[in-house]
Ligand binder design. Structure first.
Ligand code: GDP
Ligand code: MG
Length: 163
């Protein structure tokens, strides 16, 4: 069985940048405009001889009631249902936000294996970043830079450990 890793998080945290790195493509749209990825994007990755699927989702705002943001949340809900592993991406530069907390609560309820990934952390002190995000209650945060590739290999190895 090929495990499916699903990238979830609010807009602009770097999900599509990570997707592109994991799948070694430029398929996902990366932009300074939050929320560009409105539907789900699927890609293939490989770690050693272990293949995996990656799903990129649009920005996730679980409380949205209508409009595009609601549609994006609906897509994210479908992706969560397909996930073998959830990678919950937050922005290490923006710090912890109430939106992140709401998403964390939703993801925990899914009962799926969940890893908290703190992105955009190039040049930051890992231990400090990890300490800040620890209070989200999603375990030990994985501190990465999707743009530079720092920590990405370790992240995939951890996510795929059960396989
Ligand atoms: P998404 O909305 O979550 O898919 O986020 P994107 O992948 O589209 O990235 C949003 C913005 O963050 C873009 O300007 C990216 O270049 C930038 N970004 C993504 N990853 C990193 C990173 O590791 N470090 C920094 N400094 N910026 C990043
Ligand atoms: Mg995106």
């Amino acid at each position: 069985m090929i495990p499916t890793l699903v990238l979830v998080g609010r807009p602009n945290v770097g999900k599509s940048t990570l997707f592109n790195r994991l799948t070694k493509t430029r398929d996902a749209l990366v932009a300074d405009l939050p929320g560009l990825t409105r539907d789900r994007h699927y890609g293939h990755g490989r770690m050693g001889n272990q293949p995996f699927l990656v799903v990129d989702t649009g920005g996730f705002e679980p409380t949205a009631k209508d409009g595009i943001v609601h549609e994006m949340a609906r897509q994210a809900e479908s992706a969560i249902a397909e996930a073998d592993v959830l990678l919950f991406i937050v922005d290490g530069r923006a710090g912890l936000t109430p939106q992140d907390q709401a998403i964390a609560d939703r993801l925990r309820k899914s009962g799926r294996p969940l890893h908290l990934v703190v992105n955009k952390a190039e040049g930051m002190v890992r231990a400090m970043v990890a300490a800040e995000f620890h209070e989200m209650g999603c375990g030990d945060p994985l501190v990465i830079s999707a743009a530079h590739g720092d920590g990405v290999r370790e992240l995939v190895e951890l996510a795929l450990e059960p396989w």
